[in-house]
Design a protein around this ligand. Structure first.
Ligand SMILES: Cc1cc2nc3c(=O)[nH]c(=O)nc-3n(C[C@H](O)[C@H](O)[C@H](O)COP(=O)(O)O)c2cc1C
Length: 279
């Protein structure tokens, strides 16, 4: 049986989830969103998985585009787990509707509650010592269900979130391309280029030994949390200042704020995956 799990991760929660599910199933191949979808087709897979974080009550745009371009076996058992902290929104509906255009559908969906890792906007919460064991339990449950090909209707967006989606998320999505204008490096930057390698969006290039962000950022924070010298800083971009919303008002990255990533996912795990595709 051929099983492929496709994933997007910024701070490791989703890669950790994908790995644990792969271990439980046995023999599953893990493929990053950084790959070219045409080269990693799921046409011959019997089981297909999608694992990603919830961003702005949906899935990251890059992952959406990846799934759109991916060929799938429409008769496969297809599962999705999304990592999130509070509101999963329409993420499962988005993936199912992309699959339906290919004549396929989600057989299973489960949202996994994790430590939130948007360190540009707020400190990680809930506390790791509470959340990591809880996350572990949820992943175990999902992995066993997936292994036995349980059918599970995927979680839908609540009526309240649906009503509020455009007004709550629209402003952020409108200025998303401005987000990475807030990043800069201080003199702790050692020009190691790790930020470039861990970015799931291929958004960073190195110029004169320093990272340059090229405005295809989803704010995943991988560059920030995996920088070995904490040299990447953030200043609220003007477009967000002008938004004047709660998140944009509290956007900042104090020196002492913990730069959370999943404790078992190190930078080398994200890079290994990049080497696999010949980069
Ligand atoms: C840009 C951004 C947007 C987010 N939006 C949401 C959201 O709408 N709802 C939610 O519950 N969590 C949200 N989160 C929290 C993430 O879904 C959560 O931390 C996730 O586990 C991160 O996965 P990763 O570690 O694989 O990158 C957001 C995080 C980021 C960085």
């Amino acid at each position: 049986m051929k099983t492929i799990i496709y994933y997007f991760t910024g701070t490791g929660n989703s890669l950790y989830t994908a790995r644990k599910i792969a271990e439980e199933i046995g023999g599953a191949e893990l493929i990053s969103v950084r790959c070219e979808p045409k080269q990693v087709s799921a046409e011959n897979a019997d089981m297909i998985g999608f694992v990603c974080p919830v961003y702005e009550w949906d899935i990251p745009g890059t992952f959406k585009e990846f799934i759109k371009k991916l060929s799938v076996n429409k008769n496969a058992y297809i599962f999705m787990t999304a990592t999130y902290v509070a509101i999963h929104g329409k993420c499962f509906e988005t993936v199912n509707s992309i699959l339906e255009e290919k004549g396929a559908h989600l057989s299973y969906g489960r949202a996994i509650r994790c430590v939130a890792s948007q360190c540009i906007a707020y400190p990680p919460f809930p506390p790791e010592k509470i959340m990591i064991p809880h996350m572990e339990k949820q992943i175990k449950k999902a992995a066993l269900e997936i292994k036995s090909k349980t059918l599970r209707d995927y979680p839908r967006m609540s009526q309240l979130s649906r009503k509020r989606y455009d007004s709550a998320m629209g402003p952020y999505l409108a200025v998303e391309h401005e987000y990475d204008k807030g990043f800069y490096t201080d003199d702790r930057c050692k020009s190691c280029g790790l930020c470039q390698k861990v970015c799931p969006n291929r958004n960073i290039t190195m110029q004169n030994g320093r990272p340059v962000w090229n405005h295809h950022c989803h704010g995943c924070n991988a560059c920030v949390v995996y920088c070995p010298t904490k040299a990447i800083q953030f200043k609220t971009p003007q477009a967000y200042v002008e938004l004047g919303t709660l998140i944009s008002k509290i956007m900042c990255l104090p020196e002492k704020r913990k730069r959370y990533h999943h404790p078992n996912i190190k930078a080398k795990d994200l890079i290994k995956d990049r080497e696999k595709i010949g980069e």
